[in-house]
Design a protein around this ligand. Structure first.
Ligand SMILES: [Zn+2]
Length: 201
């Protein structure tokens, strides 16, 4: 790659809508807020969905008219650098929040233990940021926010905050109900559920 800096922007799953947004200058650079312009495509990728479904994506790329950074527009069904769909990873994190280990989760989801171990080991490093982010979102979204009580597990608290924020967003905007809570979560936190800084590959 020639570009020194490549970012990622999590976008709608509907490619036609994203293309319209891009061409009408309605997508903003996550780094500086300037308008993004079409800039080719990223490399194709395959993602594992629910029940072994396979999804093929060819993410659009966009270049910022302000800072010049190139961004990969990643559909919210996926998270950066992960082969599994956001909803699948989220389902695993929800089971982990109930105190289950990676072997149990892997068996329940029908995935390799090593794959699940990767998420379950990584998420605790992000959990406090995720909890804080979605607690703030919940308070902003709900008319009478009920912040989940803290438990003994930061991981479980982070999952509870995501669930509560998604519910509040669904009450406010009906369209959010059609989006799985972990796709919602990935988009709201700019893809950084498992990784700190978003990276497109
Ligand atoms: Zn920019």
């Amino acid at each position: 790659m020639h570009e020194a800096e490549v970012g990622v922007l999590i976008v709608d799953t509907d490619v036609v809508r994203v293309e319209q947004q891009l061409r009408q200058g309605r997508l903003e650079c996550p780094s500086c807020g300037a308008v993004l312009a079409p800039w080719g495509h990223g490399r194709p990728r395959e993602v594992r969905g629910d029940l072994g479904a396979r999804l093929f994506l060819r993410p659009r790329r966009a270049r910022c008219s302000g800072c010049g950074i190139t961004h990969v527009l990643l559909a919210q069904v996926v998270l950066p650098r992960r082969m599994d769909a956001a909803s699948v990873i989220g389902a695993g994190l929800e089971i982990a929040a109930r105190g289950m280990g990676h072997r149990t989760i892997a068996a329940e989801l029908g995935l390799a233990e090593g794959t699940v171990r990767g998420w379950v080991r990584r998420f605790p490093f992000r959990a406090e940021d995720v909890r804080r982010h979605f607690t703030v979102a919940l308070v902003a979204l709900a008319d009478e926010p009920v912040v989940p009580e803290a438990s003994a597990s930061t991981l479980a608290d982070a999952v509870s905050a995501v669930v509560a924020a998604h519910r509040a967003a669904g009450a406010k905007w009906a369209g959010v109900n059609t989006v799985s809570r972990w796709e919602f979560a990935g988009r709201v936190i700019a893809g950084s559920l498992l990784t700190c800084a978003s990276s497109p590959s």
